[in-house]
Ligand binder design. Structure first.
Ligand SMILES: C[S@@+](CC[C@H](N)C(=O)[O-])C[C@H]1O[C@@H](n2cnc3c(N)ncnc32)[C@H](O)[C@@H]1O
Length: 402
C-alpha cells in the first residue's frame, strides 16, 4: 500500500468505487423524505426503515457488520478492502517526566504518544515545527535533548500557555502567535524544520503540506481532521490524479467522513436525538406550510429551545424562517412523526456510513500523491485505534534526497 504505485493504484480503485456509487452516498437522508436509491434497492430500504433508533446507534461505528439485504454486504466488503489502512509501525518514543505529562489531558496524551511513536527515529537533533499547536503539547512531547521547537498557533491565550509550559519543561521553544493561512506564515517554515500537525482542520493542514513542500522540510507528519473546513463550497484537489478525476466534492460531501463519532454520553445523545427528532418533525411541517416538498435548512438553535413545548418550538422556528404561523394541530402526533423519521434516517445513514472511510482514504491519498509529486516518499497508515480518535490516519513524508 505504501509503495508509490500502490498509493496511486489504490487511489484509482477508490475513485472508481466512489464514482460508481455516488447515488448511494451523496444524498443525505436527513434532508429527503425518500432517497433516490430506495426504488432500486427496495428490500434494503424497507429493511433499514423498520429498524429502531437503538439498533441504528448500535451499528453506527461498525456498519460493515450489519446483516442487511443486498447490496449492503457486497458494498461493505469492497469498502473495507479499499479503505483499510495498515497500522503504522510504532516504537515507544520517549518518556517525559510525570510532571510534564500532567499538563496534557488524558485522551490527548494517548493520541500524542501514539502519534509520536510512529515517527521515524533520527540520529540528528531536530527542529520541530508544531502547526496549529494549541498549547504545543505534541511539539513539547517530541522535543528531546538537543532538539528545538517552534509552535504556531493563532489563539494568543493558547500560545502564551504553551510558552509557560515550555519554560517550565526547560525546552528551547518559541510559540508564535500567527494565523497560518496568512502570508506571514510562510516565513515560519524553513528547510530545517520537521513539521508535525495533529488534527489540523481542512485548509490548515493543506496549507502546511503546501508550505512545507515549498520550503523543502525534510519530514512532514500530519494527522488531518475536519476535511470540510475549507474556504468556499468546493474541494480543490491537490494531486494531479485527483484533479483529473471526475469526482467533484463539495463541503457536504467532505463532511461524510466526520459523521463517524466516538460514542457520546447518554445525556448528550438524548439531547442530540431530541433536537434532531424535532427538526425532522418541523421539516414535515415546513413542507406543508410552504406547499413545497423540499428541505429548508434551519440554523443551529440554543438547547433552551428543546425545553419549550413543541408547539412553541415550531411557531418560533416558523417565524425565524419567515413562514406563516402554523395553526393549532395535534402537536404530539407531529413530534412523534419526527421520532419515527429519526429512526429511519439513522438507519438509512448506515448505507452512507459504508463510504465514510473510502471517501476519507480518497482524500488522504490525494494528499499523499501530492506530496509524492513534491519529491517525498510517503507512508500512510493509522497511528491509533479509532476508539481513541476516529481521525486516526497519519501521513508520514520524508523528502527524497536530490
Ligand atoms: C483541533 S485543534 C488541535 C490543536 C493541537 N494540535 C492538538 O492536537 O491538541 C486546532 C488548533 O488550530 C488552531 N487554529 C485554528 N485556525 C488557525 C489558524 N488560522 N492559524 C493558526 N492556528 C489556528 C486552533 O486555535 C486550535 O488550537
Amino acid at each position: 500500500m505504501n509503495e508509490p504505485a500502490a498509493l496511486s493504484e489504490r487511489f484509482q480503485a477508490l475513485d472508481r468505487f466512489l464514482l460508481e456509487h455516488a447515488a448511494l452516498w451523496r444524498p443525505r437522508p436527513f434532508t429527503r423524505r425518500e432517497l433516490p436509491w430506495e426504488a432500486q434497492h427496495s428490500d434494503l430500504a424497507d429493511w433499514l426503515r423498520q429498524r429502531s433508533l437503538e439498533q441504528a446507534e448500535e451499528a453506527h461505528n461498525r456498519p460493515a457488520e450489519l446483516q442487511a439485504p443486498a447490496p449492503f454486504p457486497e458494498l461493505a466488503r469492497e469498502a473495507e478492502a479499499l479503505s483499510t489502512l495498515p497500522r503504522l509501525a510504532a516504537a515507544r518514543y520517549r518518556h517525559l517526566s510525570s510532571r510534564q505529562l500532567r499538563d496534557i489531558p488524558g485522551r490527548k496524551l494517548a493520541q500524542i504518544q501514539a502519534f509520536a511513536d510512529c515517527l521515524p527515529p533520527s540520529e540528528q537533533p531536530r527542529h520541530w515545527l508544531d502547526w496549529c499547536a494549541g498549547k504545543g503539547h505534541l511539539g513539547r512531547y517530541l522535543t528531546q535533548a538537543g532538539d528545538r521547537l517552534s509552535a504556531l498557533e493563532w489563539d494568543p491565550a493558547l500560545a502564551q500557555a504553551g510558552r509557560q509550559l515550555s519554560a517550565r519543561a526547560a525546552i528551547e521553544a518559541e510559540h508564535h502567535c500567527v494565523d497560518v493561512l496568512t502570508e506571514g506564515a510562510t516565513a515560519h517554515l524553513t528547510a530545517g524544520h520537521s513539521a508535525v500537525a495533529l488534527h489540523a482542520c481542512g485548509d490548515l493542514h493543506i496549507r502546511l503540506l503546501q508550505l512545507a513542500a515549498e520550503a523543502g522540510c525534510p519530514a512532514i507528519a500530519v494527522a488531518p481532521c475536519c476535511y470540510n473546513r475549507i474556504a468556499g463550497r468546493d474541494y480543490r484537489p491537490l494531486s494531479s490524479a485527483a484533479r483529473a478525476s471526475a469526482l467533484r466534492l463539495d463541503i457536504d460531501d467532505l463532511a461524510l467522513p466526520l459523521t463517524e463519532t466516538v460514542t457520546a454520553g447518554t445525556r448528550e445523545r438524548r439531547q442530540r436525538d431530541h433536537s434532531m427528532a424535532r427538526r425532522l418533525a418541523f421539516d414535515l411541517l415546513q413542507r406543508e406550510l410552504r406547499g413545497e416538498d423540499d428541505y429548508l435548512p434551519t440554523p443551529s438553535l440554543p438547547s433552551a429551545w428543546l425545553h419549550e413545548p413543541f408547539a412553541a418550538y415550531c411557531r418560533h422556528l416558523a417565524e425565524l424562517k419567515g413562514l406563516p404561523c402554523p395553526a393549532e394541530r395535534d402537536w404530539a402526533a407531529l413530534e412523534q412523526q419526527g421520532w419515527t423519521r429519526l429512526a429511519q434516517v439513522r438507519n438509512l445513514e448506515l448505507l452512507r456510513a459504508l463510504f465514510r472511510r473510502p471517501l476519507e482514504t480518497w482524500l488522504l491519498l490525494d494528499r499523499a500523491l501530492y506530496l509524492e509529486e513534491q519529491g517525498y516518499r510517503v507512508t500512510l497508515g493509522t497511528f491509533c485505534e479509532p476508539t481513541l480518535t476516529p481521525r486516526n490516519a497519519l501521513l508520514l513524508a520524508q523528502r527524497v534526497a536530490g
